[in-house]
Design a binder for this molecule. Structure first.
Ligand code: UD1
Ligand code: CA
Length: 485
């Protein structure tokens, strides 16, 4: 890739003002996400890789949302507002007004064409410059051209014009070479021709694509560069295409990590955001989502059926059938199956969060275990702790959340409730079924359940004639025969 070597003769214009009606969404189209990033974010990323002198993004529909998303990741970008005149041609015209005196090449990208890479665009700009064309557009031969503008070529094979689907005759519509919506123009020619573009077409819009025929009218050279990999120019106009783009991008991401030493058993059901980082010898099992800023260290195994959002997984850890967000999982730790790790979970080295366990704002120390059926929230647990099955931290008293603090080497009995705020001293033990309401000193045994009493014959007296009473009678007579004979 050509990363950030400044090209002073190149400006990039990204079109992101359209409404995106076909998405049928309250969210602007270019903010729909694939691979964990908005469509326009992918385009911005690629644009910046080219190292242009300027990047201009044109906004209008939900302008603040789009502008915030753009400036949030790329503060150096110039955001310009399109006015009430609709169309891609108008959008480029207002962008050019923010580039006064610029005489280099203008690369126009669409905010809804997210899969292009910097290599393809670098090749396009090179081709344009080498041929000294007034405009070079990217085109593709597709099986189904529905929805795209068609590239109409003259008898000599050169590009004559572009016709939009809605304006096309049946014959034009049958053309399968489509306009990708990506172009390089000489700035001066583009400015001049855009002034001449009208809105007399099926959509009443000022089409950027009309510039092609106008340039040809003046005998200026226009070239089309046909991309071999059609997937690069997929335009996202509806949610079917959104899912398709997401799938293609994901396949690319999975492949990249495979080649970097990650075993992915089932690429089709593994989803990795472009913002996630994996390490060599990680194993990813089927139906696993590794999202946002998640980092997975060497030799860890994640999945099957696991979703990690903004998590950190330590080397050699195992995370099975787990849903985790903003959690840190220590080196060699094990999580799941069926665990739910909420924000602020921090599991120590070789620690364990087991089956049907939910955690939140919980630090669990080195080699400590919460193995079965538990809720641990707003809690600090030391090292070498083992909580019995069914441990519950009662962190909420109906008014506020309180903390539970459990010292090193504490072993609790099964089915304990820790009523916060409460502290269990290091090395302490608790009995089965205990409800711990008061602090437990280090090394103490805490019991809160009354000693067991057996009231003989209770069932015979209180449940006469029931199946239980009959069963008890049978059992007693069998015992008597054994012992009495
Ligand atoms: C456009 C092209 C079509 C091409 C296709 C490729 C035109 C007239 N048509 O059609 O030839 O095959 O892209 O994907 O250019 N936008 C603005 N302001 C506007 C209208 C649109 O900024 O007034 C932006 C949109 O946000 C979008 C891009 O321009 O990012 C393309 O607009 P869209 O309406 O999707 O054009 P298409 O019908 O796909
Ligand atoms: Ca489009």
């Amino acid at each position: 890739m050509t990363e950030n070597t400044l090209d002073t003769e190149l400006a990039v214009v990204i079109l992101a003002a359209g409404q995106g009606t076909r998405m049928k969404s309250s969210l602007p189209k270019v903010l729909h996400r694939i691979g964990g990033r908005p469509l326009v974010g992918h385009v911005l990323d690629t644009a910046r890789d080219l190292g242009p002198a300027r990047v201009v993004v044109v906004v209008r529909h939900e302008r603040d949302q789009v502008a915030d998303a753009v400036l949030g990741v790329a503060p150096e970008v110039v955001v310009v507002d399109q006015d009430e005149i609709p169309g891609t041609g108008r959008a480029v015209e207002v962008a050019l007004a923010s580039l006064p005196g610029f005489t280099g090449d203008v690369l126009v990208l669409s905010g809804d064409v997210p899969l292009l890479d910097a290599d393809a665009l670098t090749a396009l700009v090179r081709e344009h410059r080498a041929a000294r064309s007034a405009a070079t557009l990217l085109s593709a031969q597709v099986d189904d051209p529905t929805g795209y503008g068609r590239v109409i070529r003259a008898a000599d094979g050169t590009v004559a014009r572009i016709v939009e689907q809605k304006d096309a005759t049946a014959e034009e519509a049958s053309v399968r070479e489509i306009n990708a919506g990506v172009y390089v123009f000489r700035a001066a020619e583009l400015r001049r021709q855009l002034e001449r573009v009208g809105t007399a077409n099926a959509q009443g819009e000022k089409y950027l694509t009309d510039v092609v025929a106008l340039l040809r009218e003046e005998a200026l050279p226009v070239a089309a560069s046909v991309v071999a990999r059609v997937e690069l120019v997929l335009g996202v106009n509806d949610r079917v295409q959104l899912a398709e783009a997401a799938r293609i991008l994901n396949a690319r991401t999975v492949r990249r990590w495979q080649l970097a030493g990650v075993s992915v058993q089932d690429p089709a059901t593994t989803w990795i955001d472009v913002t996630a980082t994996l390490s060599p010898d990680v194993t990813v099992l089927p139906n696993t989502h590794i999202l946002r800023a998640t980092f997975v260290a060497e030799g860890a195994t994640v999945g099957p059926d696991t979703s990690l959002v903004d998590c950190e997984v330590g080397a050699g850890a195992t995370v099975t059938r787990t849903d985790a967000t903003l959690a840190v999982i220590g080196e060699g730790a094990t999580v799941g199956p069926f665990a739910y790790l909420r924000p602020g979970t921090n599991l120590g080295v070789r620690g364990k969060i087991g089956t049907f366990v939910e955690t939140k704002n919980a630090t669990i120390g080195e080699a400590s275990k919460v193995p079965h059926l538990s809720y641990i929230g707003d809690t600090t647990i030391g090292r070498g702790v083992n909580l019995g099955a069914g441990a519950i931290t009662a962190n909420y008293d109906d008014l506020a959340k309180h903390r539970t603090e459990i010292g090193d080497e504490v072993h609790s009995g099964s089915h304990n409730v820790f009523v916060a705020p409460v502290r269990i001293g290091a090395g302490a033990k608790t009995g089965a079924g205990a409800v711990i309401r008061k602090d437990v000193p280090p090394g103490a045994l805490a019991l809160s359940v009354a000693p067991q009493r057996n009231i003989d014959g209770w069932v015979d007296t209180n449940r006469q004639g029931t199946a239980a009473a009959e069963a008890a009678t049978r059992a007693r007579s069998a015992e008597n025969t054994e012992h009495g004979a």
